[in-house]
Every structure is written in C-alpha cells, then in structure tokens.
Design a protein around this ligand. Structure first.
Ligand code: ACM
Length: 479
C-alpha cells in the first residue's frame, strides 16, 4: 500500500487548478491532512496530468489512476476526468492507527453514459439550498453529473422571476420541508449553479408548460384559458389549469421566463416538462378552437406540438436546446389524436418516462436524443417494495427492443425524486439512499462489469460515508 505522509506534496498541470484546489480542501477538511502544491520536477506524492490530446481515449470524463510505490498518478484529457479520479482517490483512502494509505492499483475508468441524472422536485415540497448542496455533494461522490431541478408545478413556483413578482409572492407554494421562504432567489440560484459547476454537475432547470401550470395561473389568471382566478392545489393530482397557448401575451410571458432562466443556468438545456396535459380547457374554449381552425391544427395534441415547436425555435435561437417528457411525442395518452405532420422538432431531447420502451425506438428514429427515466425502474418516490435496490441496479437505459443502430441516441438515465410524498428532508433521504448509488452505477459501469453482489459488498463503505454526512439508511432497504 502507498502510505500518505503527514504533509502531502502534489503537482498539477495547467487546466486543473480548480480540481487540485478541491482535492486539497477535501484532504484538509475531511482527513485533516496537510498539503502543499509543488512546481517543476520536485518530489511529490500526487500528480494530476491533463492532456487534451488523449481525448479519444479518455473522453471528457474518463481517467487513469495509478497508485504504486512512487505515489498517486492521475491522467485525464479534461478537468472532469481529474475530478472523478479524485473521487476514487478519496474513496480508496483508509486509515490504520496513524496514517492514511491507499492500495496499489491501476485503474482506467470512464462512464458508459454522459447523462447520469438525479431529479429533485422542489415544486411539490420545498427543500431549500442547503439540501440541494448536500445532494450535489453526494452526486459528485457517486460521479453523477446532471442535477435536474423541477422548479415549477401546480403546487408551487419556486424560482424568482423579478419581472413577474407574483409568481413567488403569491405562488411560491405552501408545502415546505423547511421553515422560512419557500422559493429560490436569483442570487441563491447563481450560487448553487456555481457550486454544482465546481463538482462537474450540470443543472438542467425544468419549467413546466403547458400543463402543471396552476401556480403560475394562480399568480396571473390571464395566463390560463378561462382567464379566471384559480386556487393553487396543495394535494396530489393532475390539474386542468393549462396555459392559453393561443394568446400571444401568454407566449410573451413564457419567452420572458425562458430569458431569465437562460441567464441563470448556463446549462445549454432547458426542460419544459410537457407531460400530463389535460386538454379539456382547450377543447372547451371557443377562442382556442377558433385558433386551432385558423391555423389548421388537427387536435389538442397537435396544438401542444405546435406550441412546443415554437418554444423549441425560441430556445434554439438563444443557442440552447429544449428537453421534455415523452408525452410531447403525442403517442402516450392520445394515441388516437393526430399530431402535426412535421412532428416534434428533432433537436428536442426526449425524456422517456411512461409507456412502452418501444417509444424510445420511435423517438430515436425520428432523430431525438433520449434520456431514459422509465418510471417502473427509476422513480425514487416509488416504494422499495415496487423498486427494490436490486431492481434499481438492474435497470438498463438501453432497452432490449432498441435497434443497435440507435444506441448512440441514448444519452443516459435519470432517477426521479418526486416531491408529493416527502414532507421532510429525512423522508426524502430515505427514498433516495441507497438506491441513488445503484442508478449512479447504472450510468457509469458497462453492463459486462455490473455485478449486484460486488455492488452490495461495497455498500457498507458508502453507507459509512453517508452516515458521516448525516444521512442514515434503513437496513430494510438493502434487503
Ligand atoms: C412525470 O412523472 N409526470 C414525468
């Protein structure tokens, strides 16, 4: 084993300054080990070597980690690879009576998928910035890289939009797991985005449209089809408060919100929801029906596609990409409804959650990139009885029905912590941990190397880490 000295000397090449600083901070804060950076050819125990020429070997997230009698040597082609090597180093450290040491090893490691996401639903039940940061820390530990942040829904609007102050003064939602204000200010969001970026985590904000819009319509009734005050629901369900997409001032509101969201989130991707739209208000509205006729739109499902394609063009024009749930394909709830002839804009990332996994084939063949969050395997709000740890681990984002020619259209997977049934942060942790570790491995490890027994044998080490961070696990969830 390689013994770390009392004072660790480390060297890093240009381009991974932030990662080296993160490493130093972790060694000092968690392990109370002193460190010093050294330059030139001086003796060192740890080296971080970044060389962009190796990108075809490592990708942006892969790394090589060699631990031998001369020390710890990391190579990668990009900063994210260095960051993940650091996570592995931190996890390999073990203490005897006096010193920390690491086993001699040679690891070449890179992820199977580029999209390894965790969704947190702050709209249904608000959890606050401290919890978000804790989740980002745990995602980094598990080498997950997308935080999908569900910020608006029927039960609450949790993101400050200064131009529309009532969104948060009226509609920031009653249900909260923490005392105090129940939305995120723009300053808090910027801080969280930066915190995530330091951990190589992309934050993809989700702003729901045209359904799941009760909170917005409760704040500004003119956004709705009936232009009448509505009450924001506090219970669970799918509600009929949908945006009046035939009204140009409603489209303007949505554009304004998207502009704000874009300035806050450098992710390059905006998730617009698009799921579970109850079309009845559009069907019952003379004005919307006249609009549908005038524009030769064949059905409410087609109107949704017409609307989201317009939003997609708007998002694309700002250099971003749109993402949404697979309902937007029009093939889920309304198989009998005609959609628009040109279909959904091909650059839209389809987020599969509901229906036959064959829909993934359909979406990929139509040119869409796909993230697989099939609810039967990846919904963290489901009980351990319906999704056991082993079932979570067994998930394959590439369904057997997928044509091999379309494999490159699958970006990866998400696991979703919906907020209706998690009144406290503790209850959320109960649902999330340990299953999130299984999803992290599904996203990272190639199927040939997956092994549930090995995963389970390694769990006590991870559980000890969680426990040290104030997250306890119910042993029953591991059975
Ligand atoms: C969803 O669970 N409605 C995406």
């Amino acid at each position: 084993r390689f013994m770390l000295p009392e004072r660790v000397l480390y060297h890093f090449k240009e381009g991974c300054e932030k990662e080296a600083a993160y490493f130093q901070q972790k060694l000092e804060n968690i392990f109370s080990i002193k460190t010093a950076a050294v330059q030139g050819r001086k003796k060192r125990q740890v080296s971080f070597d970044i060389d962009h020429n190796h990108i075809s070997l490592f990708g942006t997230e892969g790394y090589q980690l060699i631990i031998n009698n001369s020390g710890i040597h990391v190579s990668a082609a990009a900063p994210a690879g260095i960051f993940y090597a650091i996570q592995s180093i931190l996890q390999l450290m073990e203490k005897d009576e006096r010193n920390y040491s690491l086993p001699y090893t040679e690891i070449f490691d890179k992820p199977r998928f580029s999209w390894r996401a965790f969704l947190m639903d702050d709209a249904r039940s608000f959890k606050g910035a401290a919890t978000v940061k804790k989740m980002l820390d745990e995602m980094a530990f598990l080498k997950m890289n997308v935080f999908h942040w569900h910020l608006t829904d029927d039960q609450g609007w949790r993101i400050q939009i200064p131009r529309y102050p009532k969104l948060t003064s009226v509609s920031s939602g009653m249900i909260t797991a923490i005392p105090g204000k129940t939305f995120y200010t723009q300053g808090e969001i910027r801080d969280i985005v930066e915190y995530a970026a330091e951990r190589h985590i992309l934050i993809v904000p989700e702003i729901e449209m045209p359904g799941h819009a009760s909170a917005a319509i409760a704040a500004y009734p003119e956004l709705g089809v009936e232009k009448k005050p509505v009450t924001m629901p506090s219970g669970q369900g799918i509600f009929e408060n949908i945006y009046d997409v035939s009204d140009t001032s409603v489209i303007q509101f949505i554009h304004d919100v998207i502009n704000e969201v874009k300035t806050l989130f450098p992710s390059g991707i905006i998730h617009i929801g698009g799921d579970e739209v109850k079309y009845r208000p559009w069907e019952n509205s003379g004005r919307v029906q006249a609009f549908i006729k005038q524009h030769k739109i064949a059905s409410p499902a087609a109107l949704q596609q017409w609307f989201v394609n317009g939003i997609s063009r708007y998002i694309q024009a700002m250099g971003y990409r749109m993402m949404g749930w697979n309902d937007m394909l029009g093939k889920q709830h309304d198989t009998q409804q005609p959609t628009i002839p040109e279909g959904l804009a091909a650059e839209t990332i389809i987020h599969f959650w509901l229906g036959s996994p064959k829909l993934i084939n359909t979406a990929a063949r139509a040119g869409h990139d796909v993230v697989n969050s099939f609810h039967e395997y990846t919904y963290l709000d489901y009980s351990y009885k319906s999704i056991s740890l082993e079932k979570a681990y067994s998930f394959d984002p590439m369904p057997p029905s997928l044509d091999t020619a379309l494999y490159n259209k699958i970006l990866g997977l998400g696991c979703q912590m919906w907020g209706e049934h998690i009144p406290t942060v503790e209850k959320m942790y109960y649902q999330v941990f340990p299953r999130i570790a299984a999803y992290a491995e599904v996203g990272w490890t190639s199927p040939d190397n997956k092994d549930f027994r090995r995963f389970k044998n390694a769990l006590p080490h991870i559980i000890a880490h969680w426990k040290a961070n104030g997250i306890s696990i119910d042993p029953a969830t591991i059975e």
